[in-house]
Write a protein that binds this ligand. Structure first.
Ligand code: ZN
Ligand code: ZN
Length: 335
């Protein structure tokens, strides 16, 4: 469902930039003389308005053009992308064709331009294999264009391929990363879609705890124990069981900076640099049962991501980077 078409003089017409009288006049003229053509295959077309009020051009005859298969969600996301880009001061057009310096053609659902920056937004409602996505991304990269993929399918986290999953429906609202599609796209053009734990953004460390009974026969104290630290920023997470905190001094420091709790076991580093909690009463090492009923959140702490923190967590087994909307630390401080 194209948002753009060509008239008989080869001029590009953008459905979202036409006024209501212009749209009505164009509809009447095209009905009589069929002077408009699609940009995809040059076929005659009709003017339509979706149930959500988005104006678009549709092939007069169905079949024979792959672009004609786009569904209403595809149309809606394209229109939202164009609107978000323009609202952020970018130049944006739907259905833009280009080619790499080597002559490989591409066609972007939406191409947004600001200064030297060019972003192609691709709505991919039908399944697409990861190697196909990477090949199409490489074609954009060769043309100096950054591709962003809005997939219906689950996405594979890849630092080189910005990709997110679209959930929901037109009836209930399309969402991306728990934001409305419009809010997500606004954040994209605010350059807050980032991969992993970008330096200078805000991460949240959740200190998880549990209650363990000290096994010492002469003790038996119920001890509150730190079991793990979960770091989260944007779409990324890193799970660090307490034993692994020896490799992440920044997060170990978070646990030592917690408000005082006389019933919380002290964390001590062993000779192998692994960390274990010890009974507050008798100092014996404690092993909280995994999944025990007494799990709770000890604290949530906001941290600014530093190069040191990133270096500490990238090698952790629980490091799970992904694309997500980040919070810029300085912005937060000024808010
Ligand atoms: Zn076509
Ligand atoms: Zn004890």
């Amino acid at each position: 469902m194209p948002l753009r078409c060509l008239d008989d003089a080869g001029r590009s017409l953008d459905a979202s930039l036409l006024t209501t009288p212009e749209w009505a006049a164009l509809t009447a003229t095209n009905r009589h003389v069929r002077h408009l053509r699609t940009t995809c295959c040059g076929a005659p077309l009709v003017l339509k308005t979706s149930r959500l009020g988005t104006r678009f051009f549709a092939h007069l005859a169905l079949g024979g053009c792959s672009s004609g298969d786009e569904g209403p969600e595809h149309l809606h996301l394209k229109a939202l992308s164009v609107a978000a880009a323009r609202a952020a001061g970018w130049t944006a057009e739907a259905e833009v064709s280009g080619a790499t310096p080597a002559g490989e053609p591409w066609r972007a659902d939406v191409l947004a331009t600001k200064g030297r920056h060019r972003i192609a937004i691709e709505v991919q409602w039908s399944p697409q294999a990861d190697d196909v996505t990477r090949a199409r991304q490489a074609r954009y990269a060769a043309s100096g264009v950054r591709g962003l993929w809005l997939f219906r399918q689950a996405v594979t986290a890849d630092a080189d391929v910005p990709a997110v999953r679209v959930r929901g429906s037109l009836a209930t609202g399309l969402t991306i990363l728990d934001l409305s599609a419009a809010d997500f796209l606004a954040a994209v053009f605010d350059r807050r879609l980032r991969f992993g734990f970008p330096v200078g953004t805000t991460a949240e460390a959740t200190v998880a705890g549990s209650v363990a009974r000290c096994w010492g026969a002469d003790c038996g104290a119920l001890v509150r124990v730190v079991t793990a630290v979960d770091l989260a920023a944007g779409g990324s997470s890193c799970h660090l069981p307490v034993a692994e905190l020896g490799a992440t001094p920044t997060l170990l420091a978070v646990t030592s900076g917690l408000p005082a709790d006389p019933l919380r076991g002290r964390l001590r580093m062993g000779r192998d640099e692994s960390i274990a909690a010890r009974c507050f009463a008798c100092d014996r090492p404690l092993t909280p049962r995994p999944g025990s009923a007494g799990r709770f959140v000890v604290a949530r702490v906001a941290l600014t991501v530093t190069p040191v923190l990133v270096a500490e967590i990238v090698a952790a087994p629980g490091y799970a980077p992904a694309w997500g909307i980040t919070t810029v630390a300085s912005t937060r401080a000024n808010a």
